[in-house]
Design a protein around this ligand. Structure first.
Ligand code: PDD
Length: 290
């Protein structure tokens, strides 16, 4: 059994303090790598296959091969979450192109990837406070054009989130050419005339795993769902706005640019779908391990 502080690095489980990589790692020098964040509820990994598929498409998009098979990943990640079965976790996975003998922009012909994974506890008190509703602002999307890749190059996202935080807001909703695409670390939904609308998958946004589940749950509940561009005006006129992510789940936005969204409270449809989301987590927690 691993200890709670053990992490995975390049084929070994070891204490966090002993996990070391080279300063020539291309992840460190160029942000040349990709990542995943996978929740685990009661020690059960949430939508693991979907997260691994997205990891492998991010790797392919940056011209890297899968670093191991899905069953090897399942084995590694299950071992990491096992000591934490009493609490909810987010598992962080990062793969970089490894290190060469010098700093060189050119992609190496041959490389040994750096593969890292660790667990972090999901703070349930922060989820409770999110459920009361969050404040957001709109900002121009200053990021690059390949936002569908879960790249570790997050400086744009981080600086946008900080601008929101400077204005006492939890998230920034990003605008590109007059359309709202996603949050700085989340996907976007609006409710308008009892329809749930989210932008279609494109290079402007990350194909969120939570986004897909929210759509699935809403469709199952008979909610009319549309994948459609959301104009800035539609965003401001929305009855409800939600932002979704693996660690923050479904965040109801109750204030946008200092104006109340709907009646300034989490909306009725949010209540319904977030209840379904909690039920989905409970089912997963209660599942027997294979
Ligand atoms: N981020 N869009 C962006 C830019 C994100 O960073 C994230 C999540 C999402 C939602 O994706 P998912 O539902 O698969 O978590 C959308 C993670 C949680 C992070 O960077 O920590």
């Amino acid at each position: 059994m691993l200890s709670k502080l053990d992490v995975y690095l390049n084929g070994k489980f070891l204490p966090l303090a002993e996990a070391k990589i080279s300063v020539l790692d291309r992840g460190f020098l160029f942000a040349d790598g990709v990542y995943e964040v996978i929740p685990a509820y009661g020690g059960k990994l949430f939508r693991l296959q979907q997260h691994l598929d997205r990891l492998n498409s991010s790797l392919a998009a940056i011209r890297m091969e899968p670093v191991m098979s899905d069953s090897q990943w399942a084995d590694v990640l299950n071992k990491l979450v096992e000591p934490h079965a009493q609490s909810d976790q987010s598992v962080y996975v990062q793969v970089t192109r490894g290190s060469g003998s010098s700093r060189d922009h050119q992609l190496p012909d041959d490389y040994t990837p750096t593969t890292f994974a660790m667990c972090q506890t999901i703070a349930t008190n922060s989820l409770d406070s999110i459920a009361k509703g969050i404040h957001a602002i709109t900002l121009d999307d200053i990021r690059w054009d390949w936002c569908h890749i879960k790249s570790v190059a997050l400086l744009g996202n981080i600086l946008l989130k900080q601008q929101a935080s400077d204005q006492h807001c939890t998230e920034a909703i990003l605008l590109r050419d007059g359309f709202a695409t996603e949050g700085s670390a989340s996907n976007l939904f609006i409710v308008s005339n009892e329809q749930l609308i989210t932008p279609p998958k494109s290079h402007n946004l990350l194909p969120g795993i939570t986004r897909d589940l929210v759509l699935e749950l809403a469709i199952k509940d008979g909610v009319r769902c549309i994948e459609q561009e959301i104009s800035e005006q539609q965003l401001f006129d929305a009855d409800e706005i939600w932002l979704t992510s693996s660690t923050k789940e479904i965040m109801p936005v109750i204030e946008l640019n200092r104006q109340a969204v709907g009646n300034g409270q989490p909306g009725k449809l949010w209540e319904k779908i977030s209840t379904r989301y909690s039920q989905f987590k409970t089912q997963l927690r209660n599942q027997q391990h294979d």
